[in-house]
Design a protein around this ligand. Sequence first.
Ligand SMILES: Nc1nc2c(ncn2[C@@H]2O[C@H](COP(=O)(O)OP(=O)(O)OP(=O)(O)O)[C@@H](O)[C@H]2O)c(=O)[nH]1
Ligand SMILES: [Mg+2]
Ligand SMILES: [Zn+2]
Length: 311
Amino acid sequence: MSSGIVVGLHGHHVVVETPSGERVICHARGKKSQCVVGDRVQWQASKDEGTIEKLEPRRNLLYRQDDIRSKQFAANLDQVLFVLAAEPVFSESQLARALISCEAVKIKPIIVLNKADLTIPFNEAMERLAPYKRMGYEVMGLAIKPKAEVDSALVQAKQDMAREALMQLLTGKTTFVMGASGVGKSSLINLLLPEADLATREISTALNSGKHTTTTTSWFWLDESKKSAIIDSPGFQEFGLHHVDKMLLAKLMPDFAQYDGQCRFYNCKHLQEPQCAVLANVSDEEVDTAISPSRHAFYARVFEELSQSKF
Ligand SMILES: Nc1nc2c(ncn2[C@@H]2O[C@H](COP(=O)(O)OP(=O)(O)OP(=O)(O)O)[C@@H](O)[C@H]2O)c(=O)[nH]1
Ligand SMILES: [Mg+2]
Ligand SMILES: [Zn+2]
């Protein structure tokens, strides 16, 4: 048996990369759905293909649980780049849900706001991210593939800056790139690895056709020594948290978690209880100690959703 890493899932088979860099198509004895990109496996050669014999224990597994289906993103990750863009206008609920799902499995999320060249919507989006910066998340503004400007030297300079800033974050780590369709996830990987030559699409086309440009999750090495890896993934809309225990929700939201254990009741739901430290700090003030009313409304909505949950 040989070892390998799952670098892609295609139809009914799994693509496994060997330590020498060879990619082998493997079949998974009816257990295909159990393998995800990033998995370490043991496989056995059979003719020119292979069979997955064993799935090694995972360090972690990032997933979401929608109403009826569970979607496993990838395993054995160090961090998630959650990519947003000036356009299309981002959904704060989707961002907040993705952050909770990362916290739930203790994977560090970093927020990237792309399309800095679209100045006005970019600044508006950055403004909306202010509460997330205050609660301690790293927010990086980038122009990954700025629209052609008259001054092409300027475009080049912006891209060089974006590449450098990203490489600092990514070196030595396995990073999963996540976000809605059209935000620039594949453009980001193309910037770092021009030879990957991933398909990217004009946003208008993507939105009108309702299609996603990227349809599978794929693993790429960023360096020859294979210490740094980046994973591209298809955009998504829904982001269910049905796998999260509702009583743990507040612990997974840093602005709420700072008051952990400070409510009168140990099992406080932070909805309407007396002497609730969370409710006492819901305010519009732009300070680290405040929980914004919209974040509390979001919390109450998800709490209610999880109370109805069958999971
Ligand atoms: N104006 C501007 N457009 C950008 C920038 N970066 C990427 N784009 C454009 O955004 C569009 C979508 O980019 P993709 O990389 O395909 O987006 P994606 O997140 O991979 O989308 P899916 O694969 O559908 O999930 C493309 O037309 C890119 O050219 C940027 O910095 N500025
Ligand atoms: Mg893509
Ligand atoms: Zn409380």
